[in-house]
Design a protein around this ligand. Structure first.
Ligand code: PEP
Ligand code: MN
Length: 370
């Protein structure tokens, strides 16, 4: 059951609905201005009669809290001062792995200069081979945070285990769950209490519905700030590392209110394909991109073949701006959260003034003797 509240409903009204559902043996959660009965609860008629309730609808999807109907206007996730899921396309960029202070700083300054709004870089690397570079661990987190500060960018990095959530959250602005961990339910539950937003990557063999159920775990455990990421799936096709499923972008935008990023680096595994697929993803409606950039990809300790040079990244960003303009969209400029807030304030004022105008016009219209 999905209970939409009136715009003017207060928190006491919301609590009253939650209590009524609980009294009926159900379990209710609040998302934005909706109350969702995730199980059982009071009857439709009873709920519809409560103060502040605008409507009561059946809500049959299994991903109760992240389903689009719960918040049709979409969720905006704040990562420090950056807003993901707002009007503009946000690009996260940086090396696959943090390798040294110099490498991550060089990458950070380059991507920031080209218009990236978030710095990526792995300190804990999930590698297929136990003999491959596993990341610098906590030292890598420190170097990433330091480079982020120097470049003025919030940082996103992967957390591999539930036990390491608090440690990684101490350095990161956005906690990445990698493809291999998308159904690590202990990790997802721990992220519910992380106090930082989560970037949840689709697994290489998870369906869209499974991805949404994983997001549901994080939200159900207390963290509403989840961003999804399509990063390629495994198909019969072997000519590229993965098959970037761009169908998933409009599908996800229809099914969920959570923002959606696309990772064309892991999605293709090939430097020459990153730029075209990044543009395709943006045109398909992605809220942002996450792209691997290394100052010297040939020397990278991981994912060099799919990493862009700073020069290639800068030209991708230029091209992207042009493609987005055709779609009436744009790349996020600096100071995103403050701008979004101001635009929201103006929207609210305009709505209030229009209401006032309608009221006055209505009074005048009724006043035949005026
Ligand atoms: C990464 O972002 O470097 C990474 C390991 O990604 P994925 O989990 O999508 O393979
Ligand atoms: Mn990588």
């Amino acid at each position: 059951m999905l209970v939409r509240m009136d715009e003017g409903a207060g928190s006491a009204d919301v609590e009253n609905v939650v209590r009524a559902i609980a009294a009926g043996g159900g379990d209710a959660r609040v998302v934005g201005s909706s109350v969702v009965a995730v199980s059982g609860g009071a009857g439709e008629r009873e709920l519809a009669g409560l103060a502040g309730v605008a409507s009561v609808e059946p809500h049959a999807v299994p991903y109760k809290l992240v389903g689009r109907a719960v918040r049709p206007e979409g969720t905006r996730v704040r990562v420090g001062p950056v807003v993901v899921g707002g009007r503009e396309v946000v690009v996260a960029a940086g090396p696959c792995a943090v390798e040294s202070r110099g490498q991550v700083l060089e990458a950070a300054l380059a991507v920031a200069g080209a218009g990236a709004r978030l710095l990526r870089g792995g300190a804990y690397k999930p590698r297929t081979s136990p003999y491959s570079f596993q990341g610098l661990g906590e030292e890598g987190l420190e170097l990433l945070a330091e480079a982020g500060r120097a470049a003025g960018l919030p940082v996103v990095t992967e957390v591999l285990t539930a036990e390491e959530v608090a440690l990684v959250a101490g350095y990161a602005d956005l906690l990445q769950v990698g493809a291999r961990n998308v159904q690590n339910f202990a990790l997802l539950k721990a992220l519910g209490a992380a106090g930082k937003p989560v970037l949840l990557k689709r697994g290489m063999s998870t369906t869209v519905e499974e991805l949404l159920m994983s997001a549901e775990y994080v939200v159900a455990h207390g963290n509403p700030d989840v961003i999804l990421c399509e990063r390629g799936i495994r198909t019969f096709e072997t000519s590229t590392r993965n098959t970037l499923d761009l169908n998933a972008v409009p599908v996800l935008k229809r099914l969920t209110h959570l923002p959606v990023l696309v990772d064309p680096s892991h999605g293709t595994g090939r430097r020459d394909m990153v730029s075209p697929l990044a543009k395709a993803a943006a045109v398909a409606g992605a809220d942002g991109l996450i792209i691997e950039v290394h100052p010297r990809p040939d020397e990278a300790l991981s994912d060099g073949p799919q990493s862009l040079t700073p020069g290639l990244f800068a030209s991708l960003m230029g091209g992207l701006a042009g493609h987005l303009a055709l779609e009436n969209r744009s790349l996020a400029p600096p100071g995103g959260a403050r701008r979004e807030q101001r635009i929201d304030d103006i929207d609210r004022q305009v709505r209030r003034l229009l209401d006032e105008r309608d009221e006055l016009a209505g009074v005048r219209g009724d006043c035949h003797s005026c």
